[in-house]
Design a protein around this ligand. Sequence first.
Ligand code: PEP
Ligand code: MG
Length: 588
Amino acid sequence: MKSFKDIYRSAENKIAGIGAAPGIVIGDVYLFTKEKLEISKASITDVEEAIKNLHEALERSKKELTKIFAIAKEKMGPTRAGIFEAHLMILDDPILILNIINRIKKEKKQPEYIVHDEITKYQDLMIISHESYMKERAHDIEDIKNRIVRNLRKKQWKSKIQSDVIIISETLTPADTLLLSRNKVKGFITDHGGLTSHAAIISRSLNIPAVVGTHDASHKLKEGQKVIVDGFHGYVLFNPTKAQIKFFEAKHEHLVSLQKELEHLVDQPAVTKDGKEIELLANVDVTGEIDIVKTSGAQGIGLYRSEQLLDEMGTIPSEEEQTTVYSRLASRMYPDSITIRAFDIGGDKFNLFDYDEPNPFLGLRGIRLLLENSKLFKEQIKAVLRASKNKNIKFMLPMVSTIVEIRRSKKIISDCMAELSKENIKFDSEMDIGIMVEVPSAAVMTKELAIEVDFLSIGTNDLVQYLMAVDRGNDLVSDLYQEFSPVVLRTIKMIVDDANRAGKPVSLCGEMAAETLAMPLLVGLGLESLSISPTTIPYAKKIITSFKFKDAKKMAKNCVENCFEEEIVNNLEKFFEKNNIVRTRNII
Ligand code: PEP
Ligand code: MG
């Protein structure tokens, strides 16, 4: 049986992009183009009339967007629909509108020119931001600009298209994505946009497979052409061969039946055949993901990457803003608990402070940076404490490499507690404090570090990079980034055993836990808690309920004693075969 790799290696009819919303669809192309608006800079004589037109256009735009917002709320829930609320707020921005009116009066130019110019300025500010999130938002605003201009011309978009097509476009605004989805489109392909573009987020919410960032798919593909969209791997195949169609149809069928089969597992615990229960928690990056967590069957949030907030907000959120976000997350999850990780800034994540570091991964990152910037750290700690009233928040320190870092952090935390007490602010004075074990020095010292904290969480994404001395984002050495290296397995075993000896709970929250092949191995190594992306949780349940703990333990022991990654992977594959477990990565 051919694999995806085989298919893509030999395919000359492929276009590569980013898999933005998972799924596989086969269908005909519909080129979605909007007439390019030529903006008129002509002079006007009747200023009063122009301002009246502007108000009418703004009102009409607001009406349209309110309708879109209502559809979005119904289809995607209030959190995700928030993007359209934000658009409505721009239409209501008194400073923006006043600027436009003043310029119309002063320059006596067509209002469409001034609207276009003012909103473009807004966008330019966002585009020069270093944050990818802000850049994406700038594209989203394009929609408002064009909407007002169109309404100034008293025109309507004709967005009626046939059903069951695959939409291809240079870009898609959130509103386009939402409105087009009402026509039962099968998939989306765009030239621009990344994983965080709202078109991508909306496709994921609506469960419509999407490949974005293809650069030139809209020029390469023709209306009516047959394509296969693979939203898992980020490829589009045009004019597919019979063999390709057969391959993808089989994958699609398999996927549908697997998803049906998994539905009933949502409310079931993950228990091995011989009765060992594994706790499954969710990793959360974007606050909007909380909706998926609630329906995924997760028993809590094992890792909330709080630094993503900086990306979402485009700036460092204030103590109050953080308190609101953390409180909301904690109450949505209650009584389940949520582990908030302190800002893991540095490395390849943000460069807030303009340090020029030759070796950022070995530099001022995670807890090191927070201890250097105690104001930032204290604000976050206080926000976390303020949100902890219901006692379901745990706080986790990233990139810990020494005991001193833990003690200094704990001192700051107790200072914050004392300050809040003085202000009579309620918080959980016994909030659990834990650490990420993701640096070799922490792994070696687990026994001693565990005594200092309430819990540990293994971060394999970094642990692998630091153990193997291989940059996790560098393609040139990616073959050395071996999650199944005996070095990694032995280190995980050592951490788990030391944590158990110290009587402290240990979880694993790196991507490795979501690799289905690794699940029996991690359980066999003694992990009783895994934190993974919420969408993987049903698959994890399916796998964990398919084998015996006793067999996994034996298999893990063999793997740990082996010296070669390849042989370890073979061992794991054999374990899957013997226990008749279907690997999801084989299916999708
Ligand atoms: C890890 O390093 O495994 C981890 C979970 O943290 P991040 O990927 O955010 O560095
Ligand atoms: Mg990490």
